[in-house]
Write a protein that binds this ligand. Structure first.
Ligand SMILES: Nc1ncnc2c1ncn2[C@@H]1O[C@H](COP(=O)(O)OP(=O)(O)OP(=O)(O)O)[C@@H](O)[C@H]1O
Length: 262
């Protein structure tokens, strides 16, 4: 028997469709508990479709998605929302809710139906603090900036307190400091995180595993340094790439214009 813990999520032979068209085939994936996995690929490569399928929000055309030992698509919606939190790419909190009220919506799966969420305020406060928005608890969402609204949505995902956190481009609208802070938070959280990202350098720095989608399939998956080779980055994204070490011995992936600048 191997000493490795059972995967938090397993996908086998997954085909995913959107608008009646299969956009991904033959996806096999394991997410080890407590690790961060970044899904990468050009626009339209199927990242959102894969994330939604893995989070149980849309059924696959073929294959299985197991969270623990349960098929995620067979879980009742409330139970599913207790084990998988999903923050969508374009989620936006309603203007007339306060940040705290919106974040508290993430607690709903943990309440009995129709129960009042009177005890939610400390949870909202703590989740907003995690994303650096302690002072926003009672502020109307209409008065927040785009990046602050994005962080409120992420706090809504965090407060759901699930084993698995699925985030579609969580760094959208965030300045570089908050991008780094968020990815460090996720990595240090002990949660199993699956996130779509566009920034290859941040994925290389913060993900335990990267999954590169290309032409309807998983082109490569594994540790960032092994997968994001200059050859793979150039073939998939059409840009140059190199691994550099800084004076402190830390490795960085840098990308250049490639075919886009001749
Ligand atoms: N509602 C829809 N109806 C039909 N086709 C769709 C729909 N939504 C997305 N698609 C198509 O499905 C494919 C995969 O889209 P998806 O949103 O999963 O890609 P993505 O990798 O997340 O893209 P991006 O990086 O631009 O967010 C694309 O070709 C897209 O045009």
């Amino acid at each position: 028997m191997s000493g490795r813990p059972a995967p938090a999520l397993t996908a086998r032979a997954l085909s995913c469709a959107v608008g009646g068209r299969v956009v991904l085939r033959g996806v096999d994936l394991d997410l080890a508990p407590g690790t961060t996995t970044a899904v990468l690929g050009v626009n339209g490569s199927g990242k959102t479709t894969l994330l939604r399928t893995l989070a149980g929000l849309q059924r696959p055309e073929a294959g299985a998605v197991l969270v623990g030992d349960r098929e995620v698509h067979d879980l009742p919606a409330r139970r599913r929302a207790q084990v998988v939190a999903f923050v969508a790419q374009e989620e936006s909190p309603p203007a007339d809710m306060t940040a705290g009220e919106f974040v508290a919506l993430g607690r709903l799966p943990h309440h009995r139906p129709w129960a009042r969420g009177d005890g939610d305020r400390p949870h909202s406060r703590a989740a907003l603090a995690e994303v650096g928005l302690d002072a926003a608890l009672d502020r109307p969402c209409a008065q927040l900036s785009g990046g602050e609204r994005r962080r409120v949505c992420l706090a809504r995902g965090l407060v759901q307190d699930c084993e698995l956190l699925v985030l579609d481009e969580p760094t959208n609208h965030l300045d570089v400091s908050h991008q780094v802070a968020l990815l460090a938070l996720l990595r240090g959280s002990g949660r199993t995180v699956l996130t779509a990202l566009h920034d290859l350098a941040l994925a290389a720095a913060y993900a335990d595993q990267v999954v590169v989608l290309h032409e309807g399939r998983v082109h490569a998956a594994g540790a960032p340094h092994d997968v994001l080779t200059p050859d793979v980055v150039t073939r998939v994204f059409g840009v140059d790439a190199a691994h550099l070490s800084d004076p402190r011995g830390r490795h960085h992936l840098v990308v250049g214009p490639g075919r886009h600048l001749r």
